[in-house]
Design a protein around this ligand. Structure first.
Ligand code: UGA
Length: 449
C-alpha cells in the first residue's frame, strides 16, 4: 500500500519506518527541511533504539522516502497518517492547532478516496472535527474517511512497541475505512496481535484512559511508598508481591520521584480537562495530577531532611536529569523541579547524566556544574542524589564515591540499591519507601514560578 505519514517526530518517524518494514511504500513528510535532509542521508534526527537501521534498510529497498511538501505525498497515497504535536494549553486541554492546520492543507490535494488517520493524541471528538476541517477545505468533491489510531509507544522502546504491540486500536465510523486499516496492519494481525475495531470516540478515549491508568498506577505505588516509610514496610517487597497478582501485574509499580515525560503529565491534564468540560469531573485523575506534584515536593523535603534545610553554599551531586533512562528528554522530568528547588535554596549543584546534559544547558538559567561521570559529580558533595534510573548508576563504586564526597550520603530516589549494601560502606542512605527517615517537619519548600 502507498502510505504517507505527516510529521517526522518520534511517533511519525517510527510509524513511517515500521510501516515501510511491513512492506508498504511510505513517504514521511515534515516541513523541517533540515530534518528531511538528515533523513534522506539515512540519519535519524532522534535517538530511538533500532530506528536508524530500519530507516536505512527500508530506504535502500525503495520503500521509505522523505520530503517536505505535502502535494504528491497526499495525491499518491491511499492512507495518510497525521502525527504532529498536541501540546498543553494553559487550561490543560490539548492544543490541536497543528493537527487541524495539517488537515486543512492536505485536503487541497485529495482527488480520490483516502483514509486520513490521526495518530496524534488529541481530545475526544478531535477526529470528527478533523473530518469537518478536511471537508471544508476539499477542492474536489470526493469521499474520504477519518480514523483514530492511537499510539502506545514508549520513548526509547518505540520501534519494539510498534512491531510487537500489546494491541492495535482502530476507531472508524465506516466499514470501508476499517477494511483499509486492516490491510495497513495485516502483518500484525497475521501475528495474532489483538486488533480492536471500534468507533472514533472509543479509540480516542482508550489512549487517554491507558496513559492516565499507568500514571495512576505509578502514583498509587508512590503513595504506598510514603506509607511504607511511616510504618516501617519495604515498598520493593510490597510492590513485587502486589504485582504477582495477575490482576494487578508487575509493571509500573516502581516507586520513584514522580512520573514525567512528554505524555503522562500532558495527557492526565488533558483528560482531566475533558472530564470537566463534559460535566463529569474525573476525581481520580485530578488527584493523580496533584499527588504527582506533591511527590516531587516530597523528594525535595527528603533531600533537605538528610542534609538540613539550610542549603546556601552547600554542594550536592545529582545523578540523572532525563525523565527516564535511555533518552535525553527532559520534558517534565522530576529532576527539573527538584533541582530548581535546591538552587532556590542556594545549593551548588554538580550533575551528571549520560545523555541529557546538553539539553539541560538550554534550560537552567542558573548554572549547574556539568560533570564527566558520577564520581566527578560526587566531588566535594554533602549528598549524592540519584534521580534517573540509568543502568550506569546501578553499579557505583562506593569506596570511590566515599573518597570523593565531603560526607557519604546517598539519596536514592529510584531504589536502585538496598539499605544494607550501601550502609556497609559507611554511607547514610535514603530511598523511596524503604526507610522512615528524612521526610518530616520541613515546610519551607518553594515551587519555582
Ligand atoms: C508513555 C506510555 O508508557 C506509552 O505507552 C505511551 O504511548 C506514551 O507515554 C505516549 O503517550 O506517547 P513514555 O512517556 O515514553 O511512554 O514513558 P514511560 O516509560 O511510560 O515512563 C513515564 C514516566 O513514568 C517516567 O518518568 C518514568 O520514570 C515513570 N515511571 C514509570 C515510574 O516512576 N515508575 C514506573 O514503575 C514506571
Amino acid at each position: 500500500m502507498k502510505i504517507t505519514v505527516i510529521g517526522c517526530g518520534y511517533v511519525g518517524l517510527v510509524t513511517a519506518a515500521c510501516l515501510a518494514d511491513f512492506g508498504h511504500t511510505v513517504t514521511g513528510v515534515d516541513h523541517d527541511s533540515s530534518k528531511i535532509a538528515l533523513l534522506k542521508q539515512g540519519t535519524s534526527p532522534i535517538y530511538e533504539k533500532g530506528l536508524t537501521a530500519l530507516i536505512r534498510v527500508n530506504t535502500q529497498r525503495n520503500r521509505l522516502f522523505f520530503q517536505t511538501s505535502l502535494d504528491h505525498g497526499v495525491e499518491d497515497a491511499e492512507v495518510i497518517f497525521i502525527a504532529v504535536g498536541t501540546p498543553s494549553l494553559d487550561n490543560g486541554a490539548a492544543d490541536t492547532t497543528q493537527v487541524m492546520a495539517v488537515a486543512a492543507e492536505l485536503a487541497k490535494y485529495i482527488k480520490d478516496y483516502k483514509v486520513i488517520v490521526n495518530k496524534s493524541t488529541a481530545p475526544i471528538g478531535a477526529a470528527k472535527q478533523l473530518r469537518k476541517v478536511i471537508r471544508d477545505h476539499l477542492e474536489t468533491d470526493v469521499e474520504f474517511d477519518v480514523v483514530s489510531n492511537p499510539e502506545f509507544l514508549r520513548e526509547g522502546h518505540a520501534v519494539k512497541d510498534f512491531q510487537e504491540p500489546d494491541r492495535v486500536v482502530i476507531g472508524a465510523d465506516s466499514p470501508q475505512a476499517q477494511k483499509v486499516m486492516s490491510r495497513v496492519y495485516a502483518a500484525l494481525i497475521k501475528k495474532g496481535v489483538p486488533y480492536i475495531q471500534t468507533n472514533l470516540e472509543s479509540a480516542e478515549t482508550i489512549k487517554y484512559a491507558s496513559n492516565a491508568f499507568l500514571a495512576t498506577k505509578i502514583t498509587f505505588i508512590n503513595e504506598i511508598a510514603k506509607l511504607c516509610e511511616a510504618v516501617g514496610a519495604d515498598i520493593r517487597t510490597v510492590a513485587r508481591s502486589m504485582g504477582l497478582d495477575h490482576r494487578i501485574g508487575p509493571q509500573f509499580l516502581n516507586a520513584g520521584p514522580g512520573y514525567g515525560g512528554s505524555c503522562f503529565p500532558k495527557d492526565t491534564k488533558a483528560l482531566a480537562y475533558i472530564g470537566r468540560a463534559s460535566g463529569v469531573p474525573l476525581t481520580i485523575v485530578e488527584t493523580v495530577i496533584t499527588a504527582n506534584e506533591e511527590q516531587k515536593a516530597r523528594m525535595v523535603r527528603k533531600i533537605k531532611g538528610m542534609v538540613g534545610a539550610a542549603l546556601e553554599g552547600r554542594t550536592l551531586g545529582i545523578l540523572g536529569l532525563a525523565f527516564k533512562p535511555d533518552t535525553d528528554d527532559l520534558r517534565e522530568s522530576p529532576a527539573l523541579t527538584i533541582i530548581d528547588n535546591l538552587l532556590a535554596a542556594g545549593a551548588i549543584i554538580r550533575v551528571y547524566d549520560p545523555q541529557a546534559m546538553e539539553e539541560a544547558k538550554k534550560i537552567f538559567k542558573k548554572t549547574l556544574i556539568y560533570c564527566a561521570d558520577p564520581y566527578a559529580a560526587a566531588e566535594g558533595a554533602e549528598a549524592l542524589v540519584i534521580i534517573t534510573d540509568w543502568e550506569a548508576f546501578k553499579f557505583l563504586d562506593f569506596m570511590r564515591l566515599k573518597k570523593a564526597m565531603a560526607s557519604p550520603v546517598l539519596i536514592d530516589l529510584r531504589n536502585l540499591y538496598t539499605p544494607a549494601e550501601v550502609e556497609q560502606y559507611g554511607f547514610k542512605y535514603e530511598n523511596v519507601g524503604r526507610a522512615g527517615h528524612g521526610d518530616r517537619d520541613l515546610s519551607d519548600l518553594r515551587y519555582p514560578g
